[in-house]
Design a protein around this ligand. Structure first.
Ligand code: HEM
Length: 303
């Protein structure tokens, strides 16, 4: 093929000259650089370039000090089994519901007053006067039901797909504790508006706990925090609802996710395991017949 003259090839596509073969005498700049030397970037251009590189620089700075990129790459690019489907998104959906509850809960806590005389009024204030208050309160209230539904669906998926079996028993047990804690969140949150419905529902719930064997009476005494449901009960429920249980849930979700990444997820039970290709016995190879039915030279036997 005839050589394309350098003059018609755009500069970035030209093959770089070997050192000392640029045509220019040794130690001198090539002719085209002499004719039109590159313009030095202005101060503003240099600042713009630095600003563009800033996110990558910050990430590189953090990575040098934490070596987190190895873990993140392993987690984000991990292999998932063949047949993984939409049912596998229920765990992440539960996680998302929890995060939504945590974020909306923080904003509600900025306006809520955990007092028997002011709790109801503070919720009315959130709903009627705080900008977007009704939306955030509604998201938190309905989000609680969404999370409970999702956690049960996720548990059902792991149960019916046999994901509780070896080696994932511990993750199942962590899940059971997460389920109990989620129910406890829903139960303690229900009392917080302190209206008639939440008051009597909590009385019923505490009494039901009291009927449990051995620990039942102690549990109901602990929850009621006194002979009658009142100010101390509300304070206790609030502390459990916004400090104790969310903290435990966050820690357990961390352990749950660690095990999911470490062990990988299970394949759906109906997935057929691919049969390993059996190596052809040596006698067959000697006779010129390959184990997978193909001729030793790669040609199909039918051909
Ligand atoms: C806050 C509650 C929970 C969150 C945020 C959560 C999150 C997740 C996520 C994201 C996964 C991986 C993706 C998937 O399989 O869906 C997973 C897997 C798993 N979860 Fe949960 N989960 C929760 C509660 C539970 C509960 C209540 C159980 C059972 C009692 C459970 C048992 C499991 C098991 C056994 C796996 C492994 C599944 C497999 O290997 O195929 N989780 N979880």
């Amino acid at each position: 093929m005839p050589k394309i003259p350098d003059s018609i090839v755009p500069a970035p596509l030209r093959k770089p000259a070997k050192p000392g073969q640029s045509g220019a005498p040794k130690g001198q700049a090539p002719a085209d650089l002499k004719a039109s030397p590159p313009e030095r970037p202005t101060h503003v251009e240099r600042l713009t370039d630095q600003a563009k590189d800033a996110p990558a620089d910050v990430l590189a700075w953090v990575d040098q000090r934490t070596a987190a990129s190895g873990f993140l790459t392993g987690m984000l690019y991990r292999k998932v089994p063949k047949g993984t489907n939409w049912f596998y998104t229920l765990g992440s959906a539960t996680l998302f519901a929890f995060i939504a509850q945590a974020v909306t809960g923080v904003f509600l806590a900025m306006f809520y007053t955990p007092s028997t005389t002011q709790a109801y009024a503070s919720i009315a204030h959130i709903n009627n006067e705080v900008p977007l208050g009704q939306l955030v309160h509604g998201m938190h209230k309905w989000g609680a039901s969404v999370m409970v539904i999702l956690i049960f669906l996720h548990m059902g998926r792991t149960f019916f797909f046999g994901a509780y079996k070896y080696p994932r028993e511990l993750n199942w047990e962590i899940g059971v504790v997460l389920l109990i804690l989620t129910m406890l969140m829903a139960f303690t949150g229900y009392l917080l508006p302190f209206d008639q419905r939440s008051f009597w529902a909590s009385v019923v719930g505490i009494n039901i706990n009291g009927t449990g064997p051995i620990v039942g009476p102690y549990l109901s005494d602990f929850l009621r925090a006194g002979p009658e449901l009142g100010a101390t009960t509300l304070a206790r429920f609030y502390a459990i609802h916004m400090l104790l249980v969310p903290g435990a849930i966050i820690a357990l979700i961390g352990a749950h996710m660690y095990l999911v990444v470490k062990l990988g997820t299970t394949a759906p039970p109906w997935t057929k395991i691919a049969k390993p290709k059996v190596a052809a016995p040596t006698a067959q190879l000697d006779a010129g017949v390959a184990g997978n039915g193909a001729e030793p030279n790669g040609a199909s036997p039918a051909a």
